[in-house]
Ligand binder design. Sequence first.
Ligand code: SAH
Length: 225
Amino acid sequence: MCLNNFNEIRERIIDQLVSMGIVSDEYVIKALKTVPREEFVPDNLRKYAYLDQPLPIGYGQTISAIHMVAIMTQELKPRPGNRVLEIGTGSGYQAAVLAEIVAKMDPEKKGRVYTIERIPALAEYARRNLEKTGYIDYVEVVVGDGTLGYRDAAPYDGIIVTAGAPDVPKPLIEQLRDGGKLVIPVGNRFIQRLLIVEKQGDRLIKRWSIECVFVPLIGKYGWRE
Ligand code: SAH
């Protein structure tokens, strides 16, 4: 197989996730088939970009496996025009997938992605990746502690946390609009379970999804360093 033909390989692995019943949302399928994951991994790992597993991106952090990005995005259910917040920018890949759906598919609806990263060098790495793939116009990369959320652009239609948390950070619930959704891995430092929280007025509707393994969410409402 020609390892440089990434478009064909990308199409094929996403079709596989569809046939396994892992992803069915048309927006998510289209975005995963569009965003070039190979541009979001370190150069020496390009040929592994479509192995469905996490890959190291430096600083002890990882880009999530393809199926995990698919599942989390599908749980969030972003739509064109949404304003979405991501905690844990890492490579910028998840942010690009979100931006493809909320902004690039229908720019007139003016959707936007805000993403927070605590490690400045990774935020810079993500910015470069988003720039070369044309997503930077729709994504704002912020350096800081994402467990505090990002008040400047709140409220959000959706918030996605891509690091493992001990519990749901309170500021994130506050920054969710009524009817908005939060997707977050909650558990101990080594294993978590995806939690989906829907805000309906004063009520929070919670649902647990699959088990997962993420690097720790470090911050005021996360783990101590
Ligand atoms: N979504 C990323 C992968 C995230 S890995 C991608 O698509 O590539 C988790 C990231 O969360 C790491 O980069 C880590 O530095 C970051 N992180 C951990 N705690 C954080 C916090 N409190 N605020 C912002 N980022 C945090």
